[in-house]
Design a protein around this ligand. Structure first.
Ligand code: HEC
Length: 170
């Protein structure tokens, strides 16, 4: 009895670890992680932009998630393990409810979805940008600005932990 419970727990642990692995098509495109909304939630950035310009008139939120098995490893060691997957989804802000007199809530499906994946098989950290159709995405070339900004300004191994309140180090 005890043994079968242990086997069951073991199988569940394996299943949950496996579900966090990045998945690719045979030609190397990444598939959108299906269950990321149940991963570890790190932050909601508000109207963040990395270029100068007027303030946004249509507000948006950028929600960041990281897969739980990698989060557990990071919490213990301060190191993101191989196969760590981050998701950044952007959702529109809305005040379209008479109840809301000020401020905005998040509404509608994601407007965009990007991933940041640590995968030795892909030469280390890689970025992917998914379209609204949610189809597989090719790796963003390593010459793109994504890599240099994250390399130069992110606090931990090219990830912006300084903006994730539960992970930020002084
Ligand atoms: C000028 C700097 C800059 C550039 C360029 C940039 N980012 Fe980021 N990125 C950030 C910041 C700052 C955050 C933290 C967001 C927050 O606090 O909500 C972030 C967070 C992320 C995250 C969440 C995981 C992590 O690494 O912290 C992903 C995924 C991401 N960016 C994808 C991209 C992609 C894809 C591109 C290129 C198309 C890109 N970024 C370009 C600054 C940048």
């Amino acid at each position: 009895m005890e043994k079968s419970i242990m086997l069951m727990v073991g199988a569940l642990l394996l299943a949950s670890a496996a579900s966090a692995q990045p998945a690719y098509t045979p030609d190397g495109k990444m598939l959108v992680p299906r269950d990321y909304r149940s991963w570890m939630f790190l932050t909601s950035g508000y109207d963040m932009s990395y270029v100068e310009g007027p303030a946004a008139t249509n507000h948006s939120f950028g929600n960041v998630f990281v897969d739980r098995p990698s989060y557990e490893v990071f919490a213990k060691t301060g190191i993101w393990p191989d196969k760590t997957v981050f998701v950044l989804e952007s959702r529109a802000g809305s005040a379209d409810d008479p109840l809301v007199k000020r401020g905005e809530f998040q509404a509608g499906p994601p407007m965009s979805l990007e991933t940041h994946v640590k995968d030795a098989a892909k030469g280390g950290w890689a970025f992917y940008g998914f379209g609204r159709d949610g189809g597989p995405a090719a790796m963003i070339p390593k010459t793109a600005a994504c890599y240099s900004c994250h390399q130069d300004h992110a606090q931990t191994d090219t990830t912006f932990t300084q903006y994730y309140p539960t992970l930020a180090r002084k």
